[in-house]
Design a protein around this ligand. Structure first.
Ligand SMILES: [Zn+2]
Length: 311
């Protein structure tokens, strides 16, 4: 497989307060892992910055303006947007570059520049609802990428698979009544943000929530994938798979109590590549979401990208 990586130094300049789990060191740890000779063949590219208009693919103008108003101007200043979401002067530029990377990744898999692409960006996106920044997220990168695939490349059915340990409430909110996007999520429940029950299936049964109880591990995660996520994907036959790739279900992660190991992310990636091979011309775009233990993140994301390269 030809695998592309989008990265950009601006992602390190989205600054959160001291002690905040969503911090620049996450990407530094990931960069060290991806520096291993195993990743020599990885096609590394700088993510382009998207225009502000790109945000409107998944959010109303009022939400874009509200975020823009709250980004501080003074160096060193940090503004609190809501409970745990903060913006520093470069945060908007970082968020737009994350969106730009996600959109370029979609372009690459539809034009054949790459089979699959991983976007190592921050801030993350899956908690951002249509009109609300929350959970470290301003704009929903996965949702914008899905809309871009539909509008620019004529994708009819896009699947978003979210294995971040927190429920992707934002993505669910945006696609609740849209039968052209399948949203599948495995996550710990109860846990932030509180949504993601099995009974939340969307207006057209295109939302598949597979909640996991605290303290379970590989076996339950893989079973949820095999019994809920993969059958839904195989029925839906997506033209593109977008992964909301959070690595906070790793057993070392401080924000949750699911006990996955790095190999579980390798396994899940392999299963999604199989679905993509069957219906989506191998097209897979993976976007970094959570993962707050540096060692757990580096190990898990490394195995994820390695699997994408091997196919
Ligand atoms: Zn998370």
């Amino acid at each position: 497989m030809s695998t592309r990586l989008y990265e950009h130094p601006i992602f390190l300049e989205h600054i959160t307060p001291e002690g905040h789990p969503e911090r620049s060191d996450r990407l530094r740890a990931l960069n060290v892992a991806l520096g291993h000779p195993h990743f020599e063949r990885l096609d590394r590219q700088q993510a382009p910055q998207a225009s502000e208009d790109a945000v409107l693919l998944a959010h109303p103008e009022e939400h874009l303006f509200a975020v823009m108003r709250q980004v501080p101007e003074e160096d060193g200043e940090i503004n609190q947007l809501e409970a745990d979401t903060y913006a520093s002067p470069k945060s908007l530029q970082a968020a737009l570059t994350g969106i730009g990377g996600a959109m370029a990744a979609v372009d690459d898999v539809f034009t054949g520049k790459a089979d699959n692409v991983f976007v190592a960006s921050r801030p993350p996106g899956h908690h951002a609802e249509k009109s609300k920044a929350m959970g470290f997220c301003f704009f929903n990168n996965a949702a914008i990428a899905a809309r871009h695939a539909q509008l620019k490349h004529g994708a009819e059915r896009v699947a978003i698979v979210d294995w971040d340990v927190h429920h992707g409430n934002g993505t669910q909110d945006i696609f609740w009544d849209d039968p052209s996007v399948l949203f599948c999520s495995t996550h710990q429940m109860p846990l932030y943000p509180g949504s993601g029950a099995k009974t939340e299936t969307g207006a057209h049964d295109t939302i598949v929530n597979a909640p996991l109880s605290p303290n379970v591990g590989s076996e339950h995660f893989r079973e949820a994938f095999k019994s809920r996520v993969l059958p839904a994907l195989n029925d839906f036959r997506p033209d593109l798979i977008i992964i909301s790739a959070g690595f906070d279900a790793h057993h070392r992660d401080p924000l949750a109590q699911i006990n996955l190991v790095g190999e579980d992310f390798d396994w899940a990636t392999g299963r999604l590549l199989e679905v993509a091979d069957k219906s989506a011309g191998n097209r897979v775009v993976s976007l970094l979401e959570g993962g707050y233990d540096l060692e757990g993140l580096a190990e898990s994301a490394g195995l994820h990208v390695l699997r994408m390269m091997k196919g």
